[in-house]
Write a new protein. Structure first.
Length: 207
């Protein structure tokens, strides 16, 4: 049987080698303990992207510049958070981003209901063409012109819903402009002839 004989120098070298490799092995294991917050990173990226998209849709340049500043600050907070993750701060950051998104989305959303008209629902439209105001009676003139203004507003709303460029739109747009011109003239100098012209333009077809 052959026996392995180690010199004192060789034994010392082996021990030194073991002592040097032990810390390196521990150091190599440390990165494995670091948690990768890939899911949280993805969620924050989606939140910030949504906020950025809403900002780009805003038509007010001044508001857009302010909101872009907020978006950059929120992105910086996200980067700092992911470097040193904190669950509570993560929830707070997501809350702040989503609040900004909700506010901007509400601002850009179309109205759920049309604005109230000058004429209350259920109230019959005043037949302007039936008015016969006396130029010498100021109260008479005022009532007639107020009724004409309401009729003009209704006509503007109706024309605004038409297809721009369509023959009917062009016809009604020209009629609306004639009525507005007559109204301006009557406001400066109310005459019976001028009123009859305005009332005739406001008379519905067939009446």
């Amino acid at each position: 049987m052959t026996l392995f004989h180690f010199s004192p120098r060789l034994v010392s070298a082996l021990l030194a080698s073991f002592a040097l490799h032990l810390p390196l092995a521990n150091a190599a294991e440390e990165p494995a303990a670091v948690v990768d917050h890939a899911e949280q990173r993805k969620v924050l990226e989606l939140d910030l992207a949504r906020f950025y998209t809403l900002i780009q849709q805003d038509r007010d340049p001044q508001t857009k510049a302010t909101l872009l500043g907020h978006q950059r600050e929120l992105a910086s907070r996200a980067n700092r958070l992911l470097e040193k993750f904190d669950a509570a701060k993560y929830d707070d950051l997501r809350y702040d981003i989503n609040i900004q998104c909700q506010r901007l989305a509400r601002k850009q959303a179309p109205l759920l209901a049309p604005p109230p008209s000058a004429r209350p629902e259920g109230t019959a439209e005043v037949a302007v063409y039936e008015f016969d105001p006396s130029p010498a009676d100021k109260a008479d003139v005022k009532a007639a012109l107020d009724a004409a203004d309401l009729a003009i507003k209704r006509l503007e709303n109706r024309v605004g819903k038409m297809v721009i460029g369509a023959p009917e739109y062009q016809k009604e747009q020209a009629r609306l402009q004639r009525i507005k011109d007559l109204r301006v003239t009557l406001g400066k100098n109310f005459t019976e002839t001028g009123w009859n012209s305005l009332a005739s333009e406001l008379r519905p077809p067939g009446r």
